[in-house]
Design a protein. Structure first.
Length: 230
């Protein structure tokens, strides 16, 4: 539990809480462990009642289109990240799906406990508002890209965002540590696997990236940005 508290203190909007306030917040919390590939579904009722925070691991957060059944990835979140606006507002009809890209631990904080923490410490509410505003801005940018840009540009923009957000430096250059499948990448940019496969080949031929062992290495950041239409 000490390690869980330490990790939750990394969450931007929870960082203003004192040790005592964080302990109080976690008294009513629930925890779910997900192995790699395992999923959990958050229905409309649960979405309104519990804020989900990823304590450790990495999750693909997605919806399933009602008409086609296709997945649309909303985000990929890592350690110390809130899962969207769960615990604050209800969803309409679609469930929210969480898939573990690696073994993960998810913490659920009840809405009443979250609201009590915000009333007790105004910085928590301000920090949460900033977090959600940033997520909304990123989502709006992604939707605009889906309308305006070709698949290769959308993929380049996604890879650039991932390497900036979660990339690690290796002796071979910046690398995205998660081994994404082409299906996963396609669902993250609103495309099909075949189109993503062609786009990956184009980016490799242009010298922007190299894929080794299903990991993406950035060879030329400027070329990747140009490929993204930035």
């Amino acid at each position: 539990m000490m390690e869980i508290r330490r990790r939750l203190s990394w969450v931007e909007f929870l960082s203003p809480l004192s040790e005592e306030e964080l302990v109080a917040l976690l008294r009513g919390a629930s925890f779910v462990r997900l192995e790699e590939g395992q999923e959990m579904v958050v229905g409309p009722k649960e979405h309104a009642e519990c804020m989900l925070v990823l304590v450790a691991g990495q999750l693909q957060v997605y919806e399933v289109a009602l008409s086609s059944g296709h997945e649309l990835t909303l985000s990929v979140v890592g350690d110390g990240t809130a899962v969207g606006a769960t615990g604050l507002v209800p969803r309409w009809t679609r469930d929210l799906h969480l898939r573990a890209i690696e073994p993960s631990l998810v913490c659920g904080v009840g809405r009443e406990d979250l609201e009590a923490a915000m009333r007790a410490n105004a910085e928590v509410g301000i920090g949460l508002a900033r977090t959600l505003a940033k997520q909304l801005q990123l989502m709006e940018d992604r939707w605009a890209d889906m309308v305006e840009k070709a698949v290769s540009q959308r993929l380049a923009g996604l890879l650039y965002m991932l390497v900036e957000d979660v990339g690690v430096m290796t002796k071979e250059g910046p690398m995205i540590p998660t081994r994404y499948t082409h299906n996963q990448l396609a669902s993250m940019i609103g495309s099909q696997r075949e189109a993503v496969t062609r786009a990956v080949a184009e980016l490799q031929e242009g010298g922007a990236v190299e894929v080794k062992g299903r990991r993406v290495y950035v060879r030329d950041s400027d070329a990747l940005r140009r490929s993204a239409g930035e």
